[in-house]
Design a protein around this ligand. Structure first.
Ligand SMILES: [Zn+2]
Length: 674
């Protein structure tokens, strides 16, 4: 997601969490020897040497069971559960009532017996009394009409001594009549309805009842994974963790209303007029904008077919997606084109992805060309990630009343109007939200626990796409690095390795999840070199496509590809908020040679890379390896023999690859001979 107000930050009001560190200090205080505290001025505390990164017990257990590998790839015993959804839903746009019945076939591909199913009821964030970390409308949440398992009606129960169900906030627990054996399948039917909120926590809802964006709209099986079994944490207004499944969905709306959804439309001929169909066909092979529905078409009511009942049913299917969303409107304009992507079907030819843009010209005039931004993003990102966009279409929806920034869904994004902003801003948010198709849509990271994985990878990808779209952007990563360092300078940082729902108020969450984690990928590129970095980056994305990676899988993958232990890097920047500050302390003449003293003023570890210029115009490169600092040294001396000439300039990391806290002390320029 990109949140606009304030830029890229989310402010969970979990004040109780803010008290935890204090509690910890109070508890541990008596354990410290008074002598250990005496005389330790803040600036004299010894710099800690990082311990090896030790994953939590659940990850170590997964390594032992072989569902994960020590080299960072999915293990030989890796498994995922899977669900198939069959949903019939009907929207009454006048009242905003959405009602549906669904059948879920849940396939237990785990080695465990499962007695209780857990389902997300994300709409219950709108229910009175439910825990949430942002203000939301109260709509009553989901009304469950009927729940059946294997054809048998279940009733609400107070405990799970007998089969039945229990609704607790955003989670529905279903105690099965019989535990589901490994390899088994259970069929669950749920009838439900809810009132669509106008603003669903800035991620779904309706705008003036003339456009709807339906996300988090159906009861959905929570994630059951090899790390923590059920990982069903209720939606509180921040991020998500979702499992993969197949969908067959029938959506009924009044005639004249267009519908676009995750997946492929199976019955275009039954819902669209021949003119609309002809334009869609043209757009599917176009490289320019093709208007599918114009203002005149809407006014002439020539977009959809009519029907005797006055309503139309759109049928969609989608395979192997994390979620299913849709948009419906009788006023949206619709512009389309297509993206050219590397061969996906194996015929050796490039392939096409349909690019759609749904917008309202009086709300969002800037959106006229938005489909072209989508086309560029999908084309660039398919090549850069090494993973061709796998789905039939990518659709962007303008939702002015609902959202300020942007939010990602499989094959979809909902974005603000960008009315008072520039075309480049709309391009950037498009590149960002479409970048999310790779993480977390293809690479299914846990956004709730580790928001920095999906937001960091996506912000990094957005930054790489920008100069490709608009050549001339010299250093696209520098703005995020500066934004991270500014928060570090203000001492408002919080670690990346923190659950996304439990950051303290302030810029901690946004900085850790977006600016810092994107900067760290740029730092890794500087550290490892372009070729090694890209190999590690693409290996991680490729091996974890349609799987659920954890941070230690990412760390292990980079270490495998780079062929080095990098625990000092993960500890300094991911687990801690240590700051990097290398300085040129002095440049002196000793026995004819020049001795450069580098001082490591920060706590974060990094090799110090020196560029040394001599009076003769020569440029020398020297590196103080990270091992030198890990031995406990805080200074290093670099000797330049007299034969190399007089040193006139010394710069540490002159290209700014590394997040150096204070760059002013990175440079020495000799006025006179040292
Ligand atoms: Zn995002």
């Amino acid at each position: 997601m990109i949140s606009m107000n304030p830029k890229r930050s989310c402010t969970p009001s979990m004040t109780v969490v803010g008290l935890l560190p204090l509690l910890f200090i109070l508890l541990s205080w008596p354990l410290l020897e008074p002598a250990a505290l005496a005389g330790q001025a803040a600036d004299a505390v010894a710099r800690p040497i990082p311990e090896p990164v030790i994953p939590p017990p659940y990850f170590r257990a997964a390594l032992e069971r072989g569902t994960r590998s020590p080299d960072g790839s999915p293990g030989p015993a890796y498994w995922q559960v899977y669900s198939e959804y069959d949903i019939d839903a009907r929207l009454d746009p006048r009242t905003g009532l959405l009602s549906g019945r669904e059948t879920i076939r849940f396939h237990n591909r785990s080695p465990d017996r499962i007695p209780v199913l857990q389902l997300f009821l994300h709409q219950n964030i709108h229910k009175e009394g439910v825990r949430r970390n942002r203000p939301t409308e109260i709509t009553g949440g989901v009304r469950l009409a009927r729940i059946r398992v294997q054809g048998q009606d279940l009733m609400p129960v107070r405990d799970f001594s007998s089969p039945g169900y229990q609704e607790q906030g955003g989670i529905l627990y279903v105690r099965l009549p019989e535990s589901l054996e490994p390899g088994g399948t259970v069929e669950l039917e749920v009838d439900w309805s809810f009132l669509v909120p106008q603003n669903g926590a800035g991620r779904m809802g309706h705008s003036d009842r003339e456009m709807y964006f339906l996300a988090y709209w159906f009861p959905k099986i929570a994630v059951y994974d090899d790390l923590r079994t059920w990982d069903a944490e209720p939606y509180q207004g921040a991020e998500f963790y979702e499992g993969y499944g197949d969908y067959r969905v029938r959506l009924t709306v009044p005639e004249g209303w267009t519908v676009m959804a995750t997946g492929e439309l199976e019955n275009p001929g039954e819902v669209y007029t021949p003119r609309t169909l002809a334009r869609l066909e043209a757009a599917a092979v176009a490289d320019t904008l093709v208007p599918i529905v114009t203002r005149e078409d809407r006014e002439a009511e020539g977009v959809t077919r009519g029907s005797d009942s006055g309503s139309l049913t759109y049928r969609f299917t989608a395979e192997n997606v994390r979620d299913f969303v849709w948009t419906a409107s009788d006023v949206q304009l619709w512009t389309a084109t297509s993206a050219r992507v590397p061969d996906r079907d194996g015929d050796g030819e490039e392939d096409r992805v349909d690019i759609h843009s749904f917008w309202r010209e009086y709300r969002a005039p800037l959106w006229e060309e938005q489909a072209l931004y989508g086309k560029h993003s999908i084309e660039f990102e398919s090549v850069f990630t090494g993973l061709t966009y796998p789905w039939p279409h990518m659709t962007s929806v303008e939702g002015a009343d609902i959202i300020g920034g942007g939010m990602e869904f499989p094959m979809f994004t909902l974005m603000g109007s960008y009315q008072s902003r520039s075309a480049m801003d709309l391009y950037a948010v498009t590149a960002h939200e479409l970048g999310h198709m790779w993480v977390p849509m293809i690479v299914g990271a846990n956004e709730k626990r580790h928001a920095w994985i999906d937001e960091g990878f996506t912000t990094f990808l957005e930054n790489q796409a920008k100069p490709d779209y608009q050549p001339g952007i010299a250093d696209p990563d520098s703005a995020d690095m500066e934004s991270y360092l500014n928060v570090a300078r203000a001492e408002l940082e919080q670690p990346l390795m923190r659950h996304g729902d439990y950051y303290e108020p302030g810029p901690g969450y946004g900085t850790a999840s977006y600016a810092k984690s994107a900067s760290l990928l740029a730092t890794l590129r500087g550290l490892l070199g372009e070729e090694t970095f890209m190999r590690a980056y693409r290996t991680f994305l490729g091996e974890w496509a349609f799987h659920h990676p954890a941070p230690w899988d990412l760390f292990n993958t980079f270490e495998r590809v780079a062929g080095q232990d990098m625990d000092w890097f993960w500890t300094s920047f991911y687990f801690e908020t240590w700051r990097l500050d290398h300085a040129v302390e002095s440049v002196e003449s000793q026995d004819g040679a020049t001795v450069i003293t580098v001082r490591d003023l920060g706590w974060a570890f990094m090799p110090a890379r020196l560029t040394i210029e001599t009076a003769g115009g020569e440029t020398l490169e020297r590196e103080v390896p990270v091992s030198h600092w890990l031995e406990g040294n805080v200074t290093a001396q670099v000797r330049v023999p007299a034969s190399q000439g007089r040193v006139v300039r010394v710069a540490i990391d002159p290209d700014g690859h590394f997040p150096d806290f204070n760059r002013e002390n990175n440079l020495w320029e000799g006025e006179e001979s040292p």
